[in-house]
Design a protein around this ligand. Structure first.
Ligand code: GDP
Ligand code: MG
Length: 316
């Protein structure tokens, strides 16, 4: 990677548990986050995403490996850099852990165990498996909305699509790393979608969410954050699940146009002429249904082709 520099690397070849902390201007919490993770990790790696504060210096001082992006590229880019390192270091388990002390380091062993036991490929620390009053209501609403959208279109059955506390087996990284693209906050959803496409097993375990006093626990405005995730999900659905994305609206429009057409016929039989407004409405509905089904089929064929080309390139 040309715009990244590995500042420090104390590891040789293979690691047991690698904890990756994406960090952007996190000087107030990064040292403490590293210290907490070191209890449970063989190596802590901070991905300093173009911070303009002391994050890089403090992370090195606390004993972490640091990779710095020259510019701020976003949460997703930092996560990808971390997962690439997991792959390079052949880490048995790669964990992602937030820099702002919202995660509880005591959850790390619970994430590691199912992967070491080989019962799953990915473990997600979920805030919603058990009743949880820690999470603020507006966040709960946004996260649940995103989770419903992800489950509906991506063949997953998860309760917390937005959790940043996750663990990955080395085999899951081999599948995921080459196909991840999102640079921003939508990365959490992209990982779920691509895991479902790659047929990776996902397990959720309950986790706590913490709101430490005096810490800014969200770097982005919640509305902006939510919208950027939703836009990413829509883009991912259109690219990866075109049959569902366009097929479902096509069926809905077609069903309404049939009802509308029956009314047109009924009107014609009784009055002896076509109802102008309703007829135009029916034709528009039918055209829309036709357009959506055409888009569904064309994009489906294209996405199958892209998957096949991608597969051939990877197996060459
Ligand atoms: N690398 C990188 N990390 C970020 C960026 N924005 C946030 N983070 C980190 O991502 C984690 C989650 O971000 P946060 O804003 O707390 O998300 P929230 O808790 O879901 O509202 C934290 O560890 C942040 O330090 C960014 O632009 N780049
Ligand atoms: Mg946070």
């Amino acid at each position: 990677m040309s715009d990244e520099s590995t500042v420090k690397s104390k590891m040789t070849q293979s690691v047991g548990v690698l904890v990756c902390i994406p960090a952007y201007n996190a000087e107030s919490t990064i040292s403490e986050a590293i210290k907490r993770c070191q209890k449970f990790a063989d190596l802590v790696l901070v991905i300093n995403d173009g911070s303009s504060d002391n994050t890089e210096f403090l992370a090195k001082e606390a004993g972490a490996d640091v990779i710095s992006h020259k510019q701020n590229r976003g949460y997703g880019a930092a996560i990808k850099t971390g997962l690439i390192e997991g792959l390079k270091k052949n880490a048995k388990v790669t964990i992602t852990f937030d820099a702002d002390l919202q995660h509880d380091e005591n959850d790390i062993p619970k994430l590691v165990k199912p992967i070491i036991d080989d019962t799953t490929d990915i473990v997600i620390g979920s805030r919603f498996i058990q009743k949880n009053d820690d999470v603020k209501n507006y966040r709960k609403f946004g996260i649940k909305l995103i989770t419903v959208l992800v489950n509906l279109f991506m063949n997953t059955h998860i309760s917390d699509a937005e959790s940043g506390l996750r663990a990955y087996s080395i085999d899951s990284l081999k599948e995921l790393v080459p196909v991840l693209e999102t640079e921003g906050m939508g990365m959490s959803s992209e990982i779920l979608l691509k895991s479902s496409v790659c047929k990776l097993k996902i397990l959720e375990i309950p986790r706590k969410e913490m709101y430490p006093d005096g810490v800014k626990t969200s770097s982005k405005n919640p509305l902006k954050h939510g919208l950027s995730v939703v836009f990413t999900i829509i883009k991912l659905i259109i690219e990866n699940k075109p049959l569902k994305a366009f097929g479902i609206p096509s069926v809905i429009f077609f069903a309404i146009s049939i009802i509308s057409a029956l009314n047109v016929i009924d009107f014609y039989n009784t009055v002896g002429r076509l109802p102008l407004g309703l007829t135009i409405f029916t034709v528009l509905l039918l055209s829309t249904a036709f357009f959506f089904s055409l888009a569904a089929m064309l994009l489906y064929v294209l996405s199958r082709l892209a998957t096949r080309i991608n597969f051939n390139l990877r197996t060459k």
